[in-house]
Unconditional design. Structure first.
Length: 92
């Protein structure tokens, strides 16, 4: 075999190896992107479930906030009464 023919075959072999490696990497990238797409779909479903489950919270939190405001007013009244008692007994 002549030198030019040998170099031609070696060049073709190197080009074939480069193409095969490129194909392997592209297939790996496609697989990774498909997996990521599946995970994103599951994540979107989970986020939608969170939205659905937290919708009634606003109503409940408004009720709780109102009750806590009433409790706060009552506790401030008790605190004022205790300050008055402390002043009477000269504890302050």
């Amino acid at each position: 075999m002549t030198l030019p023919a040998l170099l031609t075959y070696l060049t073709l072999a190197a080009a074939l190896i480069v193409v095969l490696v490129l194909v392997a990497y592209l297939v790996a990238i496609i697989t990774a992107l498909r997996r990521a797409g599946n995970h994103l779909a599951a994540l979107a479903g989970g986020l939608q479930a969170i939205i659905d489950n937290t919708d009634p919270l606003e109503e409940h939190l408004t009720t709780i906030n109102g009750a806590l405001a009433t409790l706060d007013d009552g506790l401030k009244s008790v605190d004022n009464n205790l300050v008055g008692v402390a002043e009477v007994f000269e504890l302050r």
